[in-house]
Every structure is written in C-alpha cells, then in structure tokens.
Design a protein around this ligand. Sequence first.
Ligand code: URA
Length: 209
Amino acid sequence: MPQVHHVTHPLVQHKLTLMRMKDSSSNSFRTLLNELAALMAYEVTRDMPVVDVEIETPMETMMSPMIDGKKLTFASILRAGNGMLDGLLSVVPNARVGHVGLYRDPDTLQAVEYYFKMPTGMEGRDVIVVDPMLATGNSAAAAITKIKSAKPRSIKFLCLLAAPEGISTLHAAHPEVPIFTAAIDRGLNDHGYIVPGLGDAGDRIFGTR
Ligand code: URA
C-alpha cells in the first residue's frame, strides 16, 4: 500500500494492545493515547527539515541543527483527535494547533462539517492531521480537503488504527498524503466501526457513551 507507514515499534504495539482491552479505564486509555501519540510523533516528524545555526556552547562556537521553517501545525479532527494533542505537544511544544469539527451522519456515514479553525499564516506550514481512528476515511478526506484550501506546504495523516476501507478512501481522495498508523485492522462493521478495533475512541477518552 503506497504512502502507508505502519509503526511497528514494540512500545507502540504494547501500548496499543492495552488500549484495545475493553476494561481499561478512561484515565488509562487517555494516558496511553497521549503516550502513543508522543511515540508516533517521532515517526511522523522524522523528515522535518533542519538548518544549521551558529550557537555558543560554554566551550566554543559551533554550527548545530535546528528545525527549519514555520512552526508545525497539528490539526485535530474533533473530538477524538484532541486526545492525542498533549502527547504530540510534549514532543513538539511550539507547534500550532488547529481544529476541524466533523460528525458522521449516522445514515450515510458521510462527514458533515460544523467547525473549522486553523492557525494564521497556513501558507508554507507543514500540517499533521490527527484522529486516532481512520474508519471509513470520510472525515479524514473531508478534513484534508478543507485544510488544503488554506494552502499548507505539506499534509500528513496520523492515526492509531486504520481500516483498509479508510486507507483506500483517503488515498483515493488525497494520494499524496502519507498515512501513519500503529495498526491496520480487519475492516469495518455495519455501523462503520473498526473491527477488532478499540470501540468508540471519543467515548473512551471522555468517559461518555
Ligand atoms: N470512530 C471510533 O471512535 N471508533 C471506530 O471504530 C470508528 C470510528
């Protein structure tokens, strides 16, 4: 599958297994989600451009690399994407954050937008769109279509679990957008949930039902 980065690091896989367990509390689900987001941030930012700058150590002057260009943007697809933000920001603390509000129409499973707010100066920014679950792919595709209108330099998509259907939909709509995921599950059930999956990520993060 082109452009799909399956993050197989043992720490990622171990934490994901704990998250899938149906009896894990909201508190531990949230903590694990943020820990996983931080670990996956390493993968998704691996190719960030750096530039050598002159600094002074206590010993002497040297050229040393720093991240180049405008600040990175994390674009959270509400509401479950918010569950990954603290973990991502722990690794990239000066990133900007945008939000896209979409809900799935329960009959058509199509994404309907109700909120959109991105940082100013999106031209030239690298954007990482985050949602723990890439299920049908309709929300991710719609969010990225909207974000593209702000003309960022690049877009990547970061999730924890992906269904093959979601990967196909997102790839068909935005073939240049790489997908980073910790697992590719078997598929979707009749309600559009990933199986075996981990249930409703938003409900498990926020303790709702
Ligand atoms: N959203 C979720 O939270 N879980 C799924 O399985 C699919 C979409």
